[in-house]
Design a protein around this ligand. Structure first.
Ligand SMILES: CC(C)(COP(=O)(O)OP(=O)(O)OC[C@H]1O[C@@H](n2cnc3c(N)ncnc32)[C@H](O)[C@@H]1OP(=O)(O)O)[C@@H](O)C(=O)NCCC(=O)NCCS
Length: 169
């Protein structure tokens, strides 16, 4: 299938916001999405961006029935491992259902890997929900491994009132 992968820009934020919601619906956690198109514009495309993005796009003739040509995306940012140094963190990876199984997801994760290596990173980190077996299998098929299973890591979080409380100790 004919598609291209390119760096995201300000004009992509509307479609990124749409696909963030589609991904959240797919993982049955849509009620957690608070980020708006405006947040994405500010946080990704101002002087000190908090994230970067890449977009998968198809030519006009392959657009969806709703008229979308932006059919997949990945968001990432740079991180640091005190053990192995520079790292890249992939926050989201998503391909619209009708375009799955055609190599788009692989091209997106490959681009994130390329960008990480070009920036001197030694690791690509991300999370996947335990029940999301198709995606887990996709990642395993691409040479990734499960650090919860092999090293015992669990993802932890502090937010809302607990975060404010923590900040006031
Ligand atoms: C996961 C996802 C990004 C994969 O994208 P995709 O475009 O469907 O995958 P591709 O067509 O690029 O797959 C490429 C490779 O992965 C393999 N693959 C894809 N799905 C697989 C599966 N369920 N099991 C095993 N291998 C799989 C393919 O065989 C292919 O392998 P090869 O070309 O190396 O032989 C996509 O399915 C998706 O958006 N899923 C829903 C959202 C989601 O769960 N995102 C991840 C959240 S953590």
């Amino acid at each position: 299938m004919d598609f291209s992968i390119r760096e995201a820009n300000l004009d992509d934020c509307k479609d990124i916001a749409r696909m963030i919601m589609e991904l959240a619906e797919y993982v049955k956690l849509a009620e957690h999405v608070k980020v708006t198109q405006k947040d994405l514009e500010q946080d990704g495309f101002s002087n000190n961006p908090f994230f970067h993005g890449i977009i998968a796009e198809v030519p006009e003739q392959h657009k969806t029935k709703e008229g979308h040509t932006k059919i997949g995306y990945a968001l990432y940012f740079y991180a640091y491992s005190s053990w192995s140094g520079r790292a890249i963190y992939m926050e989201d990876l998503y391909v619209m259902p009708e375009f799955r199984g055609k190599g788009v997801g692989k091209a997106l994760i490959s681009k994130v890997a390329q960008l990480g290596l070009a920036a001197g990173c030694h690791q690509l980190n991300f999370t996947v929900l335990d029940w999301n077996k198709p995606s887990m299998d996709f990642y395993l098929s691409q040479g990734c491994f499960n650090i919860t299973a092999t090293m015992g890591y669990h993802c932890m979080r502090c937010e809302g009132e607990a975060l404010k409380h923590l900040a006031q100790l």
